[in-house]
Ligand binder design. Sequence first.
Ligand SMILES: Nc1ncnc2c1ncn2[C@@H]1O[C@H](COP(=O)(O)OP(=O)(O)OP(=O)(O)O)[C@@H](O)[C@H]1O
Ligand SMILES: [Mg+2]
Length: 256
Amino acid sequence: MTPILDVSDLTCQFAGVTAVDDLSFTVDRGQIKAVIGPNGAGKSTLFNMIAGVTRPTTGTISFDGSRIDALPTFRRARLGIARTFQNLQVFQEMTVLENVMVGAHTTGRAGTMSAIFATLRQQAEERDLTETAHALLTRFGLADKAQLKAGALSFGQMKVLELARALASDPSLLLLDEPAAGLPHGEADRMGEIIVDLNRNGMTVLLVEHNMRMVMSLSHDILVLNNGRRIAEGDADTVRQHPEVLAAYLGESEDA
Ligand SMILES: Nc1ncnc2c1ncn2[C@@H]1O[C@H](COP(=O)(O)OP(=O)(O)OP(=O)(O)O)[C@@H](O)[C@H]1O
Ligand SMILES: [Mg+2]
């Protein structure tokens, strides 16, 4: 079966820094695959290249069997790739509902002219988007907050809101960059449960996370990066005992 994501010989160089270095891996449909590694390992850069924010220096990225590495971000979103950000990107002045609808708009066919020429079809589309957004908020226990400004939410609620926004485009691949970062234990565990639940319902997840309890408990497969290169890949037990992984993390704690 064709992997949903196929990254091949991917390199990203910034001035003087090789952030991702000749990296190849695949993600199978239905997997939760984690990408871990010390700070600066290249995890977010990898996500940015998959989402289309950063152009690879060399290498290819295929989604569902087709090359996507030259496509703009919005085309990748329409194909079914959605993401959340390491640094929370919630529109604080917009309502909670509007924040989710921004995500749904990547699939709407009405385009930017909808505000000006609101045809019946476009209005119907808008109604669908509102319904979708409401359903997501209900699913994540934020329905009663729909009309509040997003800035009024707690940090944990904003992290969930960002996830709801990513889901609003009805993606088939979800890139989560540190969904549990900054969350207290209980909320991090709840985030883990949400991810598992999404996956049980068919979502493929690529997860970057420093919370090892979460990574080890819910990932089917783990890719470990250090200095932009793969140092290990496999299940939790394989990765946990890998000498290079231990060395990379020990090195990090000595630096800290
Ligand atoms: N836009 C940029 N310009 C220059 N260097 C960058 C840029 N983005 C990232 N880097 C560098 O690339 C390397 C990888 O950074 P990246 O953010 O991908 O790491 P990361 O694994 O996500 O780290 P963290 O766990 O801290 O989030 C780092 O050395 C970083 O300083
Ligand atoms: Mg990062």
